[in-house]
Design a protein around this ligand. Structure first.
Ligand SMILES: C[S@@+](CC[C@H](N)C(=O)[O-])C[C@H]1O[C@@H](n2cnc3c(N)ncnc32)[C@H](O)[C@@H]1O
Length: 271
């Protein structure tokens, strides 16, 4: 691929998804975009770049962007945020008026393991007045999350066997999330770069393992937007390699908790 083609594809993906592709990622472009070259009958990435430039096809631009997202996820990934969630949710429930639903947002939810893990935590706590909203840029993963159907390999990653038998049913060699879990969850396409104010306030936001793909100004913009939606006593969970430090002063680490952040103003008042 020539340098101009790389710049064209990298600029497209950065503007559509915030994802930064560095030139050392050209091997990744070749493997990830190979299926698109085949389906479009194109001989090379240079030809794909030309087509993107000349046709400005929304469908093709979307397919290229989605192909370059990393959709890796697993149940109860990294453990700690879910341990914190278990302790936090009863406190939040006690602090809310009776009947008010607790709201969790799994932003960049990929195939839904994070959202379903939250649903299991809530079920185990006996909390039913809750809704879990899972969103992702990629249409394909959102559809998979909605189906709630996981392979044997996927359920073996992080899902304790007692939770598997309690909350999933075998279906044609795969495992389907139970109707109770699915009733608590809702999945939609949503770009993290969009204006999220229409979504209202969330008690808990998971935004994990996606900011690592963004540059600092984009991380800052997304974190400030999430801070604007977080309840004063709520929590934002980031991935293990992500932080708010040096990016926004609106959020601060929750003392003693790994990967958990709260509104800096509330944490300062709590002392
Ligand atoms: C590595 S997965 C993380 C999944 C889950 N949060 C976890 O930690 O297991 C990253 C996800 O971010 C999504 N993503 C990338 N850029 C995005 C954007 N601008 N808006 C929304 N989702 C995005 C990708 O489609 C992908 O599914």
């Amino acid at each position: 691929m020539n340098a101009d083609s790389f710049v064209l594809i990298a600029t497209l993906v950065k503007s559509r998804a915030g994802i930064v592709l560095t030139p050392d990622k050209d091997y990744m472009l070749e493997t990830r975009l190979a299926p698109i070259l085949r389906s479009e009958g194109l001989p090379s990435l240079d030809a794909l770049a030309l087509k993107l430039r000349d046709t400005r096809s929304e469908i093709l631009a979307r397919a290229v962007t989605e192909a370059l997202t990393v959709n890796e996820s697993s149940f109860f990934r990294d453990g700690k945020p879910f341990d914190h969630l278990k302790r936090l949710m009863p406190k939040l429930q006690a602090a809310r008026p009776a009947g008010q639903k607790l709201r969790i947002w799994s932003a960049a939810c990929s195939t839904g393991q994070e959202a379903y893990s939250c649903a299991m935590v809530l079920r185990e706590l006996g909390i039913r007045d809750a809704e879990i909203y899972g969103t992702d840029l990629s249409r394909e993963v959102v559809e998979r999350a909605r189906e709630g159907l996981f392979t044997q390999f996927e359920v073996q990653r992080g899902l304790p066997v007692q939770m598997l038998v309690k909350y999933f049913k075998q279906e044609g060699g795969k495992w389907r999330a139970s109707p109770e879990l699915r009733a608590m969850t809702r999945f939609e396409e949503r770009n993290l770069l969009a204006d999220h104010r229409v979504l209202g306030r969330f008690d808990v936001i998971f935004c994990r393992n996606v900011l690592i793909y963004f540059d600092p100004p984009t991380k800052e913009r997304v974190l400030n937007a999430l801070a604007g939606l977080l309840a004063p006593d709520g929590a934002l969970y980031l991935g293990g390699a992500e932080t708010v430090l040096g990016l926004t002063s609106r959020l601060a680490p929750i003392p003693g908790e790994r990967s958990a952040y709260g509104l800096a103003s509330s944490l300062a008042m709590a002392g």
